[in-house]
Design a protein around this ligand. Sequence first.
Ligand SMILES: N[C@@H](CCC(=O)N[C@@H](CS)C(=O)NCC(=O)O)C(=O)O
Length: 257
Amino acid sequence: MTFQYLPVEQAIPHPGLRMVVVGNVPSPWGEAAKGILHIKGIDWVAVRLAYDSEPLKQWTGGQLNGPIAFYEQERPRSGWAEILLLAEHLKPTPSLLPAEPAERALAFGLAHEILGEGGLCWTRRLQLVNAGLQDKPGFPAPVAKYLAKKYGYSQEAATAYGTRVQALLGMLAKRLKQQRDAGSSYYVGNALTAVDIYSATAMALFGPLPHEQCAMKADTRAAFEALDAQTKAALDPILFEHRDRLYAQHLELPLSL
Ligand SMILES: N[C@@H](CCC(=O)N[C@@H](CS)C(=O)NCC(=O)O)C(=O)O
C-alpha cells in the first residue's frame, strides 16, 4: 500500500487517516506504523514533521514528534499502542494482535519493551545521546543535546543504558530462538503480530537496511550504526534474519522516508 506525502495545509482537511512522520529517518515508531497500515491495506496520507510550521503545531496540539495519527476529526494519537489499536479498529482483519488473552498480553508486553518508554528503542536513543555527548560514535553533539532534553537523558543513569539495551536484545533473541525451536518464525504463537513489525523496525537503530532500500543521510546512518563492543555482542544474527524476512514477506521496500 503506497502512500502520498502532502503539505500539512492539504492534509488537515483531508478525509480519513493522516499521519505526521519524521522525514528522512527510519524511525522505528514511524516505520512500524507505516507497516501496520500497509499490512492492513488502510489508505492514509503522510505529512513530514516540520519544526517551524505553525499549522502543524496547532494541529498536533504543540507535540512535535512522530508518528502522530489523525483519523477524521478524532483526537491525535501519538503512542504506539494507540496507533495500533486505531488501525485494529479501522480494519480488524488481518489482526496484528493475538485473539487469545494471555498471548495478547504477552504481545503488548513485548511491544512495550521494544517501543515503549524505557524500552529498547527508547534506551538505544539515550545510549546514542550519551555517546554523542562524550564525543564517541553516536548522535552528533547538537542532535544529542536536543534529544537529551526531550527524552529524559540523565548523566547519572547513563552507564545503565548499554546494560539495558544488551539485556533487551538478549531477551528478544532468546524469544526468537525459542519460537524457532517450536516451529514458529514469529514472536508470539504461529502468526504475524505487531511485535514482529516493531522488532523489525527497531533494528534500524542498530544496523539500518542498505542505502538502496533505506536512503538516509550519511551522518544519521553513521549514528545508527554506532555500536560499542557490548552492543555488538548482543546483536544476535537471528534479530536481523527476522527483520529481513519480515521486510521480504510482509513490509514494503524501499522505505519511503
Ligand atoms: N510518540 C511515540 C514515540 C515517538 C518518538 O519517539 N519519535 C521520535 C522518533 S525518530 C521522534 O519523533 N524524534 C524526533 C524528535 O523528537 O524531534 C510513541 O510513544 O509511540
